[in-house]
Design a protein around this ligand. Structure first.
Ligand code: ZN
Ligand code: ZN
Length: 352
């Protein structure tokens, strides 16, 4: 049996590089993909911290990747060996009640499966179920580094901006200038936001948001009054839309506080603790709350936008190393050492 290197999560936080059999097709709707670039996501850390009871110990982690089709089943949507593909972090059948309405995160036969309930992409090869839905061909002119985020964090940022119902000229505040927050800022602009205000406690990330032209104003809620900052930029009204992409201890409270009356608060963060909804304090503010785990249904469109240069995400990669060094990657990514935003994983290298 052919084997490969893979990062296996054993439960109880145990994490190790191991030899695993190279996956094969199990269903005609499957494809097996040779992973050319993958990355570590904050959701992987949620699994390690035991915050995701649905995760299955013993699986290969990882759900954000691009690669080349190695083998495709006969019902895999015409995919062929050699096709360059971007993967969707959500597995979905495309046919159930939810899928037909675009609510793929709640697919009857899927959801977040790869690297959570079935073997994921932090390996040399990965089996992708429902490959017709889960894989999108990458245009020749789009590099792996740009396409890498299409099916997860870029989709999440786009989803947040979409939930916000942004109208041209709006001011949108984004809480969290991490990978998803930065993508949300970019997408808010795409949807017509005139001003984006970035809020984070990490000055380095705020500086990046400004430098990349993703936000016009930035603020650190630990050092300044975020509400005052937002008021200054909105003639005292508050933000038309707020995208909460941080999931911190106080960030949900901050999100509704800085929204203007009748504004939209979109929560795309993944919280590890319950949040309280102080309705008496909110009374009369008439807010619209929307929550969501990403319905990543726009991968083809996002790839077109990348190809056209209307979006770009390559700058999110601050670190890159082969699969051999992935354990170091988890440490650096988790502790945000050395300004780490995204740690990209290149294929395993045989060393002498
Ligand atoms: Zn993810
Ligand atoms: Zn479905």
């Amino acid at each position: 049996m052919k084997t490969m290197k893979a990062l296996v999560w054993g439960g109880d936080g145990a994490l190790a590089l191991a030899d695993r059999p190279v996956p094969t097709l199990l269903e005609p709707t499957d494809a097996v993909v040779k992973v050319t670039l993958s990355t570590i996501c904050t959701s992987d850390l949620h699994i390690l911290r035991g915050a995701l009871p649905r995760a299955k110990p013993g699986i290969v982690l990882g759900h954000e990747f691009v690669g080349v089709v190695e083998q495709a089943g006969e019902a895999a949507g015409g995919l062929r060996p050699g096709d360059r593909v971007a993967a969707n972090c959500i597995t979905f059948c495309g046919e159930c009640w939810f899928c037909k309405r675009g609510f793929i995160n709640n697919c009857r036969q899927g959801g977040w499966e790869l690297g959570c309930r079935i073997d994921g992409c932090q390996a040399e090869y990965v089996r992708v179920p429902f490959a017709k839905q889960g894989l999108t061909r990458i245009p020749d002119r789009v590099a792996d580094e740009e396409a890498l985020f299409v099916g997860d964090i870029l989709s999440s940022g786009y989803f947040g901006a979409e939930l916000c119902g942004i109208k041209p000229g709006d001011t949108v505040a984004v809480i969290g200038a991490g990978p998803v927050g930065l993508c949300a800022m970019e997408c808010a602009r795409l949807f017509g936001a005139k001003q984006v205000i970035a809020l984070d406690v990490d000055e380095g990330r705020l500086a990046l948001a400004k430098r990349e032209g993703l936000a016009q104003a930035v603020g650190n809620p630990q050092k300044e009054n975020a509400w005052e900052l937002v008021r200054e930029w909105t003639q005292g009204r508050g933000a038309d839309g707020v995208i909460e992409a941080a999931g911190g201890k106080d960030t949900f409270q901050l999100a509704w506080q800085i929204a203007r009356p009748n504004g939209v608060v979109a929560l795309v963060a993944m919280y590890e603790e319950d949040q309280s909804l102080p309705l008496p304090q909110m009374y009369g503010k008439n807010l619209i709350f929307k929550t969501g785990g990403v319905d990543a249904v726009h991968c083809a469109r996002l790839l077109e936008l990348l190809e056209a240069g209307r979006l770009r995400t390559g700058f999110l990669i601050t670190h890159k190393a082969p699969l051999n060094q992935i354990l170091q990657g988890y440490r650096v990514f988790e502790n945000r050492e050395d300004g780490c935003l995204k740690w990209a994983v290149t294929p395993w290298e045989e060393w002498e």
